[in-house]
Write a protein of this length. Structure first.
Length: 132
């Protein structure tokens, strides 16, 4: 978000170019961190041992945070967009998880996208009848 904000000012409010360049820079940063072999286990150890937060609580916290985010997107931008976002996230996560969990995430993501398409079709059908 910070990279996008800075590039949006640099490209004079050309959001498309700023978004593509910010995404490319973010991807290269993550790739560089992964290729350099930096061990991020210290972060998990810091959270779990020094702060006293267990992995189960952290998982529950992330689950609640994602649920709140979905409800927010659903109420602000429409439920169709919320299902598209969740479906897209699940499909992207299916690329990076273990083989045993890949099919489950892919199926759940596809179901969420199909629900979003169904809601879109229903909204289009309702709006078409309102105009007549």
């Amino acid at each position: 978000a910070f990279i996008f904000f800075a590039l949006n000012k640099f490209f004079k409010n050309n959001r498309g170019t700023a978004g593509v360049v910010a995404f490319a820079i973010s991807l290269l940063l993550v790739y560089g961190i992964n290729k350099s072999g930096i061990n991020l286990d210290f972060l998990y150890n810091f959270i779990s041992y020094n702060l006293g937060i267990s992995a189960d609580f952290l998982f529950l916290f992330l689950l609640v945070a994602v649920a709140i985010f979905v409800i927010y997107v659903g109420t602000q931008k429409g439920w169709r967009n919320a299902f598209f976002v969740i479906g897209g996230i699940l499909i992207l996560l299916s690329i990076i998880v273990q083989e045993s969990e890949r099919a489950t995430l892919l199926i759940l993501g596809a179901i969420a996208v199909i629900i979003g398409l169904f809601i879109r079709g229903k909204e289009h059908h309702i709006n078409r009848h309102r105009n007549n």
